[in-house]
Design a binder for this molecule. Structure first.
Ligand code: ZN
Length: 92
C-alpha cells in the first residue's frame, strides 16, 4: 500500500483512491494466485486509473462500472441514510 498510484494519462501521482482490495484467481497452471488492486481518479486530469499489482492502466468503462458502480451507489445510499447502522435483530 506504500506505492502511490500513477495516472497512466498524465503521469500525475495525485490519485484519489476510490476502492482498493484484494483479488484472487488462478494462474495458467490452475494454482491459486492473489494480489491487491486499486481504483481511483486522477486529481490532475480526472481520468480513471486502475492497477492490479502491475503498471497502472486506464480501465474500460465496463470494468469501471462493475467495480466502482456498486461502491458509488452504496456511498450515495449511506449519504441518504446516515443512521442506518442499528441492527434490527438486536435485543432492546
Ligand atoms: Zn492524470
Amino acid at each position: 500500500m506504500s506505492l502511490s498510484l500513477i495516472c497512466p494519462s498524465c503521469k500525475g501521482a495525485e490519485v484519489d483512491i476510490l476502492a482498493s482490495g484484494l483479488w484472487d484467481g488462478e494462474d495458467k497452471d490452475g494454482r491459486p494466485i492473489s494480489g491487491s488492486c486499486e481504483y481511483g481518479i486522477c486529481k490532475q486530469c480526472h481520468g480513471r486509473v486502475a492497477r492490479y499489482d502491475g503498471p497502472p492502466y486506464f480501465p474500460a468503462n465496463e470494468e469501471w462500472q462493475s467495480k466502482i458502480g456498486p461502491i458509488e451507489q452504496r456511498q450515495r445510499q449511506m449519504a441518504a441514510w446516515p443512521y442506518e447502522s442499528e441492527d434490527p435483530n438486536k435485543e432492546a
